[in-house]
Every structure is written in structure tokens, then in C-alpha cells.
Design a protein around this ligand. Structure first.
Ligand code: GLP
Length: 245
């Protein structure tokens, strides 16, 4: 684990790693496949990547992205959607090819969700798998939207959101009743196949789940504990999130 004075410093280091990977892959004529996360935790990483694009000429032309999750049902253009979030914080400000951007579709009809999830999974594999997966963590110990009870080998699927997750999302939706009950998320199995994983956690209200994730027994009760068995995962924390370690 790496512990930083504050989230700005931690985010800069992570953005630098991503930029190095993108450039290294471009130099050998290869695509760089990034798994991306939403929420407040990765915002400064995206800010830094946008800055590098503007000031250092970092190009996203060889980058393909797969987002972890999306609420369901959720329209793309809704300002609460993860689709909107990603465009607002990253995609609209860099030179990525829109055809290389993948965010789960929150409007897939229920009867097509299974097939849709299978094809999302297939697209990741076709792209050569995730070179790098960025993660935040929810207070329930979820990564993506893999809530407690998620299986180690779970794939992209629709899930029912935990009550705590919905409570945490309520302010953004102006009330609990407006928070969708379901979501589509990459699975734990999908995430674990990434060659490199970086989990970000900032602030005191993550300190408890960070402790459980890093020091607790591996269990589906705290799905993030599955990362303990991934050989190339780093937890990037600020002092507050690391306070209970
Ligand atoms: C949501 C997202 C997760 C994210 C979590 C924490 O539940 N689906 O991917 O990690 O929120 O969000 P934040 O970074 O805002 O604390």
C-alpha cells in the first residue's frame, strides 16, 4: 500500500502510472485497455490526465476504456449517470476515439440484460483484457457495484444495490427514493483478470472498510477483500483512509 499526505499527491502518482502505460503501449503500436471507475475518488486522477493531455501532449488515440458499472435503469444523458460523469470528467477533454469508449448501457431492456452483459465481457476479452483497472471502494466493501455476497468469479451482470450504497448515493439523487435499485457491474472475476489494479480511498469515512479490505479475512461479505489474492494490486490511500491500519 502507498499512503500519501493527501488525495492530490496520490492521484498524481496514479495518473503518472496510467500515462506511462499509455505512452509505453503507443510506442510499441499497441492499444492500452483501461478499466475506469466513477465516484468522487478518481476525479483528481482524471483531472491530472486531462492536464497531461493539454500540457504534455498525452494522447488517448491508442486507448480503449471499459467502465465498471452503471445504474439501471438510467438514461445516458441523465446527469446522475456514470456515462455523463465520464464524459464530463475525462472523455470530453481528451482525444479518445468515441468508438473505444465503453460504459455499460443503463437502458438495456431487462430481458436483454444477460446477453448484453455477456457481450460486454466479450468485448473486454476481444480488446485483449484490461491492462489497468482503477477502483474506488464503497462503504459496504463493494468494488464496481459488486455488493456483499458477490462471487469470486462473478462476471458482468445486473445486481441489486445494497441499502447503504443507496443511502450514500441519496444526496446526489436528491433523496433515497430517486436512487435506482439496480445496476449493471463488471464482476469480481472481470476485475481480477486485470493485469494491474489500483484502488483509491480517501478520507476518514473509508478508514473502516479500508482496514477490513486489507487486514480482514477474505470473504464475499467484503468483496474488496478478494483483491488480497491479486498479485498486482496497490491500495493508494491518504492518511485519513489509512488511519486504522
Ligand atoms: C459507487 C461506485 C463505485 C465507487 C463507490 C465509492 O458505488 N459504483 O465504483 O467506488 O461509489 O464512491 P466514492 O468514490 O464517491 O466514495
Amino acid at each position: 500500500n502507498v499512503i500519501f499526505e493527501d488525495s492530490r499527491q496520490g492521484s498524481q502518482l496514479v495518473a503518472q502510472e496510467i500515462a506511462d502505460l499509455i505512452r509505453q503501449r503507443a510506442a510499441s503500436g499497441q492499444k492500452c485497455v483501461l478499466g475506469l471507475a466513477t465516484g468522487s475518488s478518481p476525479i483528481k486522477v482524471y483531472e491530472e490526465l486531462v492536464r497531461m493531455h493539454r500540457e504534455e501532449g498525452l494522447s488517448f488515440k491508442n486507448v480503449a476504456t471499459f467502465n465498471l458499472d452503471e445504474y439501471h435503469p438510467m438514461e445516458r444523458n441523465n446527469i446522475q449517470s456514470y456515462h455523463y460523469f465520464m464524459h464530463q470528467h475525462l472523455f470530453d477533454h481528451v482525444d479518445i476515439d468515441p468508438l473505444n469508449v465503453n460504459v455499460p448501457d443503463g437502458m438495456v431492456p431487462l430481458e436483454e440484460v444477460k446477453e448484453y452483459c455477456r457481450s460486454y465481457e466479450g468485448k473486454i476479452e476481444e480488446a485483449g483484457g484490461l491492462d489497468f483497472q482503477l477502483l474506488g471502494i464503497g462503504r459496504t466493501g463493494h468494488i464496481g457495484f459488486n455488493e456483499p455476497g458477490s462471487h469470486l468469479n462473478s462476471a458482468t451482470r445486473d445486481i441489486t444495490l445494497d441499502h447503504i450504497t443507496r443511502v450514500d448515493a441519496a444526496p446526489a439523487f436528491k433523496g433515497l427514493d430517486n436512487v435506482p435499485r439496480k445496476a449493471i457491474t463488471m464482476g469480481i472475476g472481470t476485475i481480477r483478470k486485470a493485469k494491474r489494479i489500483v484502488l483509491l480511498a480517501w478520507g476518514q469515512n473509508k478508514s473502516e472498510v479500508v482496514k477490513e479490505t486489507i487486514e480482514g479475512e477474505i470473504s464475499s461479505e467484503v468483496p474488496a477483500t478478494y483483491l488480497q489474492e491479486h498479485g498486482n494490486t496497490t491500495f493508494v490511500l491518504d492518511k485519513e483512509a489509512a488511519a486504522q491500519l
